[in-house]
Design a protein around this ligand. Structure first.
Ligand SMILES: CC(C)(COP(=O)(O)OP(=O)(O)OC[C@H]1O[C@@H](n2cnc3c(N)ncnc32)[C@H](O)[C@@H]1OP(=O)(O)O)[C@@H](O)C(=O)NCCC(=O)NCCS
Length: 194
């Protein structure tokens, strides 16, 4: 097990005991926590950038209530499954830089997704937070499999999934775009980690 992983798991324990800033997960640079209604401005600003939502099937929120409804739905999901798209905070600055997390689909599969402000792209933040979410899913939550979708024209997202060990298992038309469907099994992830 790598030092990074040992650190992540240890800090999860701190968060679970109620210390810190409400973070469910922590990595070297980041803290991940469920969204709160106070995060409405963050959510609206993130989706307001057409480049950020280009491959996601979303558009900018029309008003605060739309963003609030998403946050309430995420809250219900967290209560039910302990998963959800978590807000990602850069701990050194306290800045909310994006979101990342697991979401249970209608077929029961848990999907990994992420979205960051453009000024933070290329810093490894998606990979770092996605790895923490995969370890959370395969570890404390005991999930056997994760899935993910990425538009075939979104190489940055495909690169993140590939770095984590996700395998392409097909292509589907999602949100009006051709998308690659990926999966990662817990046994594969553990085997790759050694
Ligand atoms: C996709 C996204 C989350 C990636 O975030 P990020 O923090 O920049 O990701 P990372 O820095 O961890 O890794 C990105 C990888 O993609 C690679 N990459 C970026 N642009 C690329 C391109 N045009 N071609 C090939 N590789 C590319 C980077 O080199 C990096 O890989 P490396 O570490 O091996 O060099 C970010 O671009 C984003 O928020 N996009 C908008 C929302 C979105 O599309 N979400 C995914 C929906 S499926």
């Amino acid at each position: 097990m790598s030092q990074e992983k040992q650190g992540t798991q240890g800090r999860q324990g701190e968060a679970a005991s109620g210390q810190g800033d409400g973070f469910v997960l922590q990595t070297a640079r980041l803290g991940l926590r469920p969204h709160r209604l106070g995060d409405i401005p963050f959510m609206m600003a993130l989706n307001a950038d057409p480049e950020v939502v280009r491959y996601t099937g979303n558009v900018a929120f029309a008003n605060e209530e739309e963003a609030a409804e998403i946050i309430r739905a995420l809250g219900r999901q967290y209560e039910e499954t302990r998963t959800g798209r978590f807000l990602v905070v850069e701990r050194a600055s306290g800045e909310s830089v994006g979101w990342c997390g697991l979401k249970r689909g209608e077929d029961g599969a848990f999907d990994l997704g992420y979205r960051f402000f453009r000024q933070h792209w290329g810093r490894g933040l998606a990979t770092e937070s996605a790895r923490a979410c995969a370890e959370y899913g395969f570890g404390p939550l005991g999930l056997a499999r994760l899935v993910a979708y990425a538009a075939i024209e979104n190489p940055a997202s495909i690169a993140v999934l590939t770095k984590l060990g996700f395998r392409a298992i097909g292509e589907e038309f999602v949100h009006g775009m051709q998308a690659r469907h990926f999966e990662l099994l817990a046994v594969e992830y553990r085997a790759a980690a050694g």
